[in-house]
Design a protein around this ligand. Structure first.
Ligand SMILES: Cc1ncc(COP(=O)(O)O)c(C=O)c1O
Length: 360
């Protein structure tokens, strides 16, 4: 079986975890602080705060911006439900907008048409490893006085022009789930350029403590990362540039192999962003039964997967009735191909041959 992913963790990570156990400090402590500092340096953020997941980071961002009941946040529909859940669980309403089918990222015109007097923020998603059009997002946010929460779950190593994503809005939220190119098993990071917002988020992350840690000044959560996971993160961060380089090679190879395979559009990214290929996602022509393709490739030993979800169609958000044609098309026709560092040329050829054989 050619699996969808193989998390790239090994002896170095095991050694790092062993070293943490030997210190006796296994909850949040000095290793997490070190990981946060290295992460902040890598992405060029003023503040970076390690969390239990990207969902936790998104929740902290929404809470810290004071978004709640009666407020609306514009969220591109084609994403993992966690983006919208962070808004809904604060009592606010995620208002879904459409995407650009070439990039699978926010269609800023559609986002702008969703603005009302209740809109407080926009949440651009940097899907699959490429940046949303943050220039257009920033112009729109400025025009309407909106906050910007970047969902960078998929976008470690992704830049908008010269700036790393997650440093362009009020908050950036990253994921270290095993399907991400930097993994700690589970985990996340919240970045911010604003001292006051970062300090509030740090308090909310840690039971509502004040900066001295001696007083509880507000109700808070426990969204802290443990030093065990932070140790893995430090090793993964060291390997990140090599990981991305390999993924870009694999993606170029896929795109060559897919040339001339009819019915399949390979990924595209505009000049303002690089693409780390956290996922290599193609778009199948209308009329091709994507779910049948997934089933058949798996029967033939190749694990393919959907892209992600048009969240406005999920039962949890079905009350949102607007038609978002591109998100709906991506929901039905996007297909993720297997990708991992040890993949060989022969593996990639087999994936493409299998897909081509089924499509024919
Ligand atoms: C776009 C997006 N946002 C948020 C999340 C949630 O990340 P986590 O699993 O770290 O909570 C994911 C997870 O896949 C995602 O793809």
């Amino acid at each position: 079986m050619i699996p969808l992913i193989k998390p790239e963790v090994g002896e170095e990570e095991i050694e790092a975890v062993r070293a943490v156990f030997q210190t006796g400090h296994i909850a949040q402590g000095p290793t997490t602080k070190k990981f946060e500092a290295l992460f902040a340096e890598y992405v060029g953020a003023k503040h970076a705060s390690a969390t239990t997941s990207c969902t936790a980071a998104l929740h902290l961002a929404v809470c810290s911006l004071g978004i709640g009941r009666g407020d609306e946040v514009i969220v591109p529909s084609f994403t993992f439900p966690a983006s919208a859940n962070a808004v809904a669980l604060q009592g606010a309403t995620p208002v879904f907008c459409d995407i650009d089918l070439k990039t699978f990222n926010v269609d800023v015109k559609s986002a702008e048409s969703a603005v009302t007097e209740r809109t407080k923020a926009i949440m651009p998603i940097h899907l699959f490893g490429q940046s949303a059009d943050m220039g257009a997002v920033a112009r729109m946010a400025k025009k309407h006085g909106l906050r910007v929460i970047e969902d960078a779950a998929n976008a470690m190593g992704t830049f908008y022009e010269k700036k790393h994503v997650g440093t362009l809005g009020d908050f950036g939220c990253f994921s270290f789930h095993p399907r991400k190119i930097l993994t700690t098993g589970e985990g996340g990071m919240l970045t911010s350029e604003d001292d006051a917002l970062a300090s509030l988020a740090a308090s909310l992350k840690d039971h509502g403590k004040d900066e001295t840690g001696a007083k509880f000044v507000r109700p808070g959560f426990n969204y802290r990362m443990s030093d065990i996971l932070a140790a893995i993160g430090i090793v993964q961060l060291k390997k990140l540039d090599a990981t991305i380089k390999r993924r870009v090679q694999l993606a170029q190879r896929y795109s060559q192999l897919l040339e001339g395979v009819s019915g399949v559009t390979p990924p595209h990214h505009p000049a303002f962003t690089n693409h780390t290929f956290q996922s290599y996602v193609v778009l199948l022509d209308n009329g091709i039964d994507r779910d049948a393709i997934i089933k058949k490739t798996r029967e033939r030993g190749v694990q393919t997967q959907i892209g992600t979800y048009a969240v406005h169609l999920q039962p949890a958000y079905a009350r949102s009735a607007a038609s978002l044609p591109n998100a709906e098309r991506a929901d039905k026709q996007a297909l993720t191909l297997p990708m991992y560092g040890q993949m060989t040329d022969a593996d990639q050829q087999l994936v493409v041959k299998t897909l081509e054989g089924i499509l024919r």
